[in-house]
Write a protein that binds this ligand. Sequence first.
Ligand code: HEM
Ligand code: HEM
Length: 181
Amino acid sequence: MSIIDSPERYGSISRFFHWSIAALVLWQLVTATTTVLFEDSWLDKLTWATHKPVGLLILILMLGRVAWALLNQRRRPSSLNLPSHLGHLALYALLVVIPSIALMRQYGSGRAFAPFGIELMSGFDGDKIEWMMLPANLLHGWLGWALFAMALGHVLMAVHHRMNPRQQDVLPRMLDVSARK
Ligand code: HEM
Ligand code: HEM
């Protein structure tokens, strides 16, 4: 398989970004659901410890994904229709905005942040920086749940397009499965 995209299918690098980020988003769903349902349980402590580092990893992968998408813009498969194009763009936007505003809040809180043992933010004494915390305080959780809902809709649409003989099967563009007979 080619590493770059073609009009027929996504290449291996786009697929790596798609599936690795899909798996990490699924993990974020697990961490967020666990914290809502079993707050302060041993399970919550275990999974929540990974929420921020995994969120950061998603943002780092997304920066590569956006750059790669721009480089491949002219040769990658074209969207089936305008709603699917806008849906993919919205997923991209959420995957960048959600972790970015959370990191901004993390900085503004003055608390240290050392994901994977690397000191990214050393923290500071004194007042919190309220304007840096506001966007995530207002939006981070809501946008996170909206992302999960949209991702579920996206998966259902992919299944619908594969199952419904009147639709174009797009799964082979992103996964090594044979086209629907
Ligand atoms: C794409 C990545 C991320 C997704 C999808 C996501 C999703 C979520 C969701 C759905 C909640 C709400 C849980 C609830 O209702 O109680 C939440 C909460 C939280 N997240 Fe994230 N998150 C991501 C990245 C991050 C990052 C990078 C950080 C910090 C650096 C972070 C820090 C927090 C904190 C502190 C909370 C609890 C306060 C709040 O609800 O805003 N998240 N996240
Ligand atoms: C079982 C899970 C999933 C399946 C079966 C799936 C399937 C697909 C397929 C078939 C395409 C190609 C669509 C086309 O070219 O018309 C695609 C593209 C895409 N998917 Fe998924 N997907 C899954 C999970 C996710 C998740 C969790 C996200 C993000 C939260 C996501 C984001 C995207 C985006 C943004 C595109 C546009 C192509 C790109 O720029 O990479 N997918 N997906």
